[in-house]
Structure formats: structure tokens, C-alpha cells
Design a binder for this molecule. Structure first.
Ligand code: UDP
Length: 476
């Protein structure tokens, strides 16, 4: 087949590894058999926000796939005050990049595009797709449970006046685990904030999508998926196409290959991997409690450590806050910690090749912030979790993982927000020594995830249904 005959899809993630990775994985899948599409990945970047891990990832993508990677000129966000959280930043970066998106859709349209797929924070791109008569699709890179809540959000907003944390009853949606108001998305916790207004506006605009793809699968979320099958006027059709996770990427970083070598020497399923996503950070006090807790638990661990910060998403725009050497860690870890735990534990500065670590046979548990990609990476490798949510929608995910699908134990913070060392010991031992039920459930889910993606599986079929529509594009 000549290049010009292939169906051509544009995909545009908003900034952040948690958005880029799943959309790039979708692109990888679309260029492969049985779809054989041509894909242009349009990458939104932010001026003066450098992430070496993103840079490595894009280079790897360019050199190892046929995806046309096109980086838009950096969006300038320097006028925003420092305390503006990640969500409005993603949204504004996309909004300020729209003129460049319009140009690239016009100049790169050979063969003509059949659809543009964006994630949640990039919905503003639908203004451009409408102008160009191109169908716009939303790839919701989180759970179906969260998608149900996002569809419901405009109603919740219109029918309540208090802050959601003050709601007397949990929110009970068909098929979903009940969610208390305080566990809803972090940017929804202050009705007067810019982040809140943006989230409500985005949620209302879900209806503009021609279809919504979700990175999940039937066995993981039977209830919410069933609820979304019930047709509702104006609501776009939903296609569950997961679990789609980062396929093995390059490990060209010294600390990355070191930690895999270290894992090679550990007994099977004996190591707890501790990592809080691409942007999660802990306060100095919390870092101490976690360190002492890990040490007191006596379990083996591999810990991705970042410099402490009061803001829990402090490293988001730097992809781990830059690269340090192990010596730099000594500054903010308890005195003597590295020496006392040497052999049993390994600390890695800022970033580890997470998908390889989770796939390694020595890894037996994952203490995670419950970002959706991390969650799915754990599931596809059959690794049970300790849920330690920090920001964004992570508390909702933690509730779903502990009370819904039951593959995690939750670390409970005290009233001051601190997870104390005794609690760390409880959850670490609870998972690594006793967590029989969660271990069995996650192994079962691992098998179900494979089945969903395999020929004839539910996600495989949903993907074929979508791609058939793109082969016969509809002009709007
Ligand atoms: N990640 C990684 N190494 C790290 C931290 C994160 O490879 O040290 C990857 C991880 O494998 C996942 C992504 O970054 O694919 C994080 O996405 P997630 O949705 O879990 O959380 P977010 O970073 O968006 O909060």
C-alpha cells in the first residue's frame, strides 16, 4: 500500500508524561497491523519547562516508529503566577498553541486527516477541528469511573452550592464506587478557583466529541462500563480500548540501567517499587516518615526519590525535577539511611524506567500515587499496589482500586495530612507479607487485560469499530 492511501490520523496530547505516553502508545498501535494507519503526533510544549525524560521518549519514538512527530513552538506561560496548578497550565498551553495546531493540520494534511484525537485538557482543539470539518475525538486517559463522574460534573455543579468536601453524602453514580466529595479531583476542591472554572467548562464540552476512547477494560471496570452503554441524548459513544501502557522504551540513563541490574540480584517478587509518577513530590517531613517506615518494615525496596517540596505536584513540568546524583539525595534523606538500608534498598534519583521495573520478576509490590498510567502498568504486570494518592484524580483512583477492583491497600494519612512511619510499616508489610487477596486479584486482572486486547477481546473489538469509522471519514 502506498503511503498516500493510508488513513491519516492526527493525535495531540496536552503537556505532561501522563498525557503524552498514552496518546503516543495509541499512535504506535494505529500505525501497526491490523490498522496500518499513518499518524502525525502533534506535541504541545511549554517554554522553559524542560523534561529530559520526555525528550528521550520523543527521540525514541522518532527513531523506532513511522509516527511523524511534530513539536509545536513552545507556549509561553511566564505570565502565570507560580501557584497556578498543573491543570490550568495544561489547558492554557493548548489554548495558546491553537494557531500553530491550525497551521500544522493544514500543512501536514497529505494524505488528508480523517480525525484528530486529543486528551481531556486539549478539548479546545475542537474549535479548530470544527473550522476544518474534521471529526474530533477525546481520548480519556483515566478510568471509566472518572469518566462517569466527569459526565455528571455539570449537573453536580448546577445542583449544589457548597464546596464538594462539605457534601453530606458520597456521590453515588450507577455502576461506580461511591466517591466522597473530598476525594473528587483536586482542582474541583475550590469553587472560586480558575482551575475549577476550567474543569467545569471542559466537562461540559465532552459532548462535542464524536466519540470517547477510554484506556480501561471490562474486567477492571464492569460497573461503569455497563452504565455508559445506556444511551443518553447528546452523550458521545464510549469505546474502552485498554489496557494500553508504555511499551519498553530506552534505558539510556545510568541510574536506570543500574536499578535494573540491582533488581536482577533480588529474589523473585521481593521488592517494593516506590514511585509517585512523573511529577509527584513529598514534603521533607513526609519524606522522613516514608524513609523510616521503609527501613522499619525490613522489606526490600527500590525508591525513586525527588527533592522535597510542599506542593505535591512540584516536579510535574520538569519530569522529575531534573537529574541528580545519589550523593545529592543524602542532603534530604535521614542521616545514615542509605548506609543502613544498603543491600536491602536502593534509592534512585528522580526517575526510573518504571515499565521495565514493574515488568521485572523481582518486583512484588508498587507504592504508587495512583496515576492512571502507573495503575495500568501495575495491572498488566500483575503487581499489587499500595495506594498513596497525591493530587489530580488520584484519590478517586485510590478509592476505586481499594474498594472497587480491590487490588490495592490504601496508606491512610492522619488529620495533618501526614502518613506516619507506623502506617508505612503497616501497609508495606500488609502488602509484601500478607496481601494474598490483592495479589490474587491483580494476577487475575492481568490475565483478563491480556484477553481484552487479544484478537476477539472486548478492547480489540472496540478499537476495530473505531478505526473502521476513520477509514470511511465523515465530513462535518
Ligand atoms: N514514569 C517513569 N519513571 C518514573 C516516573 C514515572 O517511567 O520515575 C512514567 C510511568 O511509567 C508512567 C508515567 O510516567 O507511564 C506517569 O503517568 P501517571 O499517569 O501514572 O502519573 P502522572 O505522572 O501523570 O501523575
Amino acid at each position: 500500500m502506498s503511503t498516500d492511501e493510508r488513513t491519516h490520523i492526527a493525535i495531540m496530547p496536552s503537556p505532561g508524561a501522563g498525557h503524552l505516553t498514552p496518546l503516543a502508545e495509541l499512535a504506535k498501535r494505529l500505525v501497526r497491523h491490523p490498522h496500518d494507519f499513518s499518524v502525525t503526533l502533534i506535541v504541545v510544549t511549554i517554554a522553559s519547562s524542560s523534561s529530559s525524560s520526555q525528550h528521550d521518549y520523543l527521540n525514541h519514538l522518532k527513531s523506532s516508529t513511522s509516527i511523524d512527530v511534530h513539536q509545536l513552538p513552545p507556549a509561553d506561560l511566564s505570565d502565570l503566577p507560580d501557584d497556578v496548578p498543573p491543570e490550568p497550565r495544561f489547558f492554557l498551553a493548548v489554548q495558546r498553541s491553537l494557531p500553530h495546531l491550525r497551521d500544522s493540520l493544514a500543512t501536514r494534511s497529505i494524505p488528508p486527516f480523517s480525525a484528530l484525537i486529543v486528551d481531556f485538557f486539549a478539548i479546545d482543539a475542537f474549535a479548530v477541528t470544527k473550522e476544518l470539518g474534521l471529526p474530533g475525538y477525546l481520548y480519556f486517559t483515566s478510568s471509566c469511573n472518572n469518566l462517569c463522574h466527569m459526565f455528571y460534573l455539570p449537573i453536580l455543579h448546577a445542583t449544589t452550592t457548597c464546596e464538594y468536601r462539605d457534601l453530606e453524602e458520597p456521590i453515588r453514580l450507577p455502576g461506580c464506587v461511591p466517591i466522597e466529595g473530598k476525594d473528587l479531583l483536586e482542582p474541583l476542591q475550590d469553587r472560586k478557583s480558575m482551575a475549577y472554572r476550567i474543569m467545569i467548562d471542559l466537562a461540559k464540552r465532552y459532548m462535542e466529541a464524536e466519540g470517547v476512547l477510554v484506556n480501561t477494560f471490562k474486567a477492571m471496570e464492569p460497573g461503569p462500563m455497563k452504565a455508559l452503554k445506556v444511551p443518553e441524548p447528546g452523550r458521545p459513544p464510549v469505546y474502552a480500548i485498554g489496557p494500553m501502557v508504555q511499551t519498553i522504551g530506552p534505558v539510556n540513563d545510568l541510574s536506570g540501567s543500574d536499578c535494573l541490574k540491582w533488581l536482577d540480584q533480588q529474589p523473585s517478587e521481593s521488592v517494593l517499587f516506590v514511585c509517585f509518577g512523573s511529577g509527584g513530590t513529598l514534603s521533607q517531613e513526609q519524606l522522613n516518615e516514608l524513609a523510616f517506615g521503609l527501613e522499619l518494615s525490613g522489606q526490600r525496596f527500590l525508591w525513586v526519590v525527588r527533592s522535597p517540596a510542599e506542593k505535591m505536584s512540584a516536579a510535574f513540568f520538569t519530569g522529575g525535577g531534573g537529574r541528580w546524583k545519589e550523593d545529592d539525595l543524602l542532603e534530604f534523606l535521614p542521616e545514615g539511611f542509605v548506609e543502613r538500608t544498603r543491600g536491602k534498598g536502593l534509592v534512585v534519583p528522580s526517575w526510573a524506567p518504571q515499565s521495565q521495573v514493574l515488568a521485572h520478576m523481582s518486583t512484588g509490590g508498587f507504592m504508587s500515587h495512583c496515576g492512571w498510567n502507573s495503575t495500568l502498568e501495575s495491572v498488566v504486570n500483575g503487581v499489587p499496589l499500595i495506594a498513596w494518592p497525591l493530587y489530580a484524580e488520584q484519590k478517586m483512583n485510590a478509592v476505586m482500586l481499594t474498594e472497587g477492583v480491590r487490588i490495592a491497600i490504601r496508606a491512610i494519612a492522619g488529620e495533618d495530612g501526614l502518613v506516619e512511619r507506623e502506617e508505612v510499616v503497616r501497609v508495606v508489610k500488609g502488602l509484601m507479607e500478607e496481601g494474598k487477596e490483592v495479589k490474587q486479584r491483580v494476577k487475575w486482572l492481568q490475565v483478563e487485560g491480556k484477553k481484552a486486547l487479544g484478537e476477539g477481546g472486548s478492547s480489540y473489538k472496540a478499537m476495530l469499530e473505531m478505526t473502521e469509522m476513520w477509514r470511511t471519514p465523515k465530513k462535518l
